[in-house]
Design a binder for this molecule. Structure first.
Ligand code: ARG
Length: 471
């Protein structure tokens, strides 16, 4: 075979503009180009990619690999590219297979062959996971802020309705009276834990992979701790193979967010149920509902329904990412490129859902009369009656039995528990005395739940106060 003369170094040094084209004789099949490209997905990483490249250039300069002039030229070029992106003026080229290649290609166009020095001691494998970690840091911070806003909306509605007693449910059957404020505060606590999970995941996201090279590390005397400091990472990865090939932090974030969307879905379900004609506990703002194309009377709670529905796609992505990672040999494999579409869709879904939940909570009105009606009927006080008998010395199991019989007879006679006279009650147990009638009020039932975590008004208000101060 005839030996080819060495290629001339030009702005685009390689075959058909591919930055890795040196080894190739044929141009990439068009189907392959389309199939392997991740640009449509990862272009949103441009700011993080540039941030990482600026830090890498500085690190190369510090290591004596780039002169100060060269590093400055590169940084200047990168800043120019950032401005092109910010102004939506960046022009992608057909050979740009991902955001990293697009930026490096443009850099060389702008500053000439010195741009080709940026990738010294670096691979897209350590670059892409660095970008993703930076992106997650930014996005999780903004999601956390949105969660706080949502929590504030819950607390404000709870405060506004601290006098409202509603039926608490188990099995969606009326169970015991609770404060509406207590019910809303439950979601505040769920969100506290969701934030905690994100914070916790962040400690493992915030690790700097640059310097891992493609898989084995780097030949250049770069100071990785310095790069980490420039980028605000709290530590550097300890194993290059692990650093370029694991996406456990993606799984962690997606799973924390799957739990969050599960919570949002449960709240959404309650909003749907509460706003139904059957419940009529709340009214959702018109501006957050939609009508029917056929039935003129309809006002549908599509927004909470969609939030509920979107939890499904988030769970799906969690399974997707886990399955992509399963069975991958070390280290980098192109499969890993599939992490981003899933992750970004999860981040987008959550970023859209949380503010909508906040708006729904802010905008809902409570139908106090309907809630009071629901709390006033049923046998919400049956447990109080049993507990009353316990105060009179009856073992709880027996008190439960006696009260159960009273309830059964009331149901048969279509009679409210509170319509029972003292002598009616005494026919079930001698232990009933005059003070039983005082025990049988909603207010009393609420106030007696005065231990930490109970629905007693004092407890709920104290908790709201803490939340108002800390959120
Ligand atoms: N676009 C790829 C990804 O998202 C990064 C490129 C690494 N490509 C490679 N052939 N090693 O994972």
């Amino acid at each position: 075979m005839k030996k080819k003369a060495p290629r001339q170094m030009t702005v685009n040094p390689t075959l058909h503009g591919k930055l890795w084209g040196g080894r190739f004789r044929e141009r990439t099949n068009r189907l392959v180009e389309a199939f392997t490209s991740s640009l449509a997905i990862d272009r949103r990483l441009y700011a993080q990619d540039i941030r990482g490249s600026v830090a890498h250039a500085r690190t190369l300069n510090r290591a004596g690999v780039l002169t100060r002039r060269e590093a400055a030229t590169i940084v200047e070029g990168l800043n120019r590219i950032r401005r092109e992106f910010d102004a939506e003026r960046f022009a992608f080229m057909p050979q740009d297979e991902d955001i990293h290649m697009a930026i490096e290609r443009r850099l060389t166009e702008l500053i000439g062959p010195v741009g080709g020095k940026l990738h010294t001691g670096r691979s897209r494998n350590d670059q892409v996971t660095t970008d993703l970690r930076l992106y997650l840091r930014d996005t999780l911070a903004s999601i956390t802020e949105e969660i706080v806003r949502f929590q504030r909306a819950l607390v404000a509605q709870a405060r506004r309705h601290v006098d409202v007693i509603m039926p608490g449910y188990t099995h969606l059957q009326r169970a015991q009276p609770v404060l509406f404020a207590h019910h809303l505060s439950a979601y505040v606590d769920m969100m506290e834990r969701d934030k905690g999970r994100l914070r916790d995941a962040l400690t493992r996201v915030n690790v700097m992979p640059l310097g891992s090279g493609a898989l084995a590390g780097t030949n250049y005397p770069i100071d990785r701790v310095y790069t980490a400091r420039l980028l605000g990472f709290s530590s550097v990865s300890e194993n290059s193979l692990d650093a370029v090939s694991d996406r456990d932090y993606v799984v962690e974030v997606v799973s924390a967010l799957a739990i969050l969307t599960m919570h949002l879905s449960r709240l959404s379900e309650e909003l749907v149920v509460w706003s139904s004609q059957e419940f009529q506990f709340i009214d959702l703002p018109d501006s957050f509902c939609t009508g029917s194309s056929m039935m003129p009377q309809k006002k549908n709670p599509d927004v909470p329904e969609l939030i509920r529905g979107k939890s499904g796609r988030v769970y799906g992505h969690l399974m997707g990412v886990l399955t992509v990672l399963k069975g991958l040999p070390l280290s980098y494999n192109r499969d890993l490129q599939e992490d981003k579409e899933a992750l970004f869709d999860v981040l987008d879904t959550v970023s859209a859902s949380v503010p909508l939940c906040a708006e729904l909570i802010k905008g809902l009105t409570v139908n106090r009369a309907a809630v009071a009606r629901a709390a006033d009927s049923g046998f919400l006080l049956a447990t109080e009656l049993a507990d009353y008998l316990v105060t009179k010395g009856l073992p709880f199991r027996e008190a439960h039995e006696v009260t159960g019989r009273i309830v059964r007879d009331c149901v048969d006679e279509v009679r409210d528990l509170r319509k029972m006279t003292l002598s009616d009650l005494r026919s079930y147990s001698e232990r009933f005395e005059k003070d039983v009638l005082d025990a049988m009020t909603l207010e009393g039932a609420i106030e007696r739940k005065s231990q930490i975590g109970g629905t007693a008004r004092k407890r709920v208000e104290a908790r709201l106060k803490v939340l108002e101060k800390t959120l």
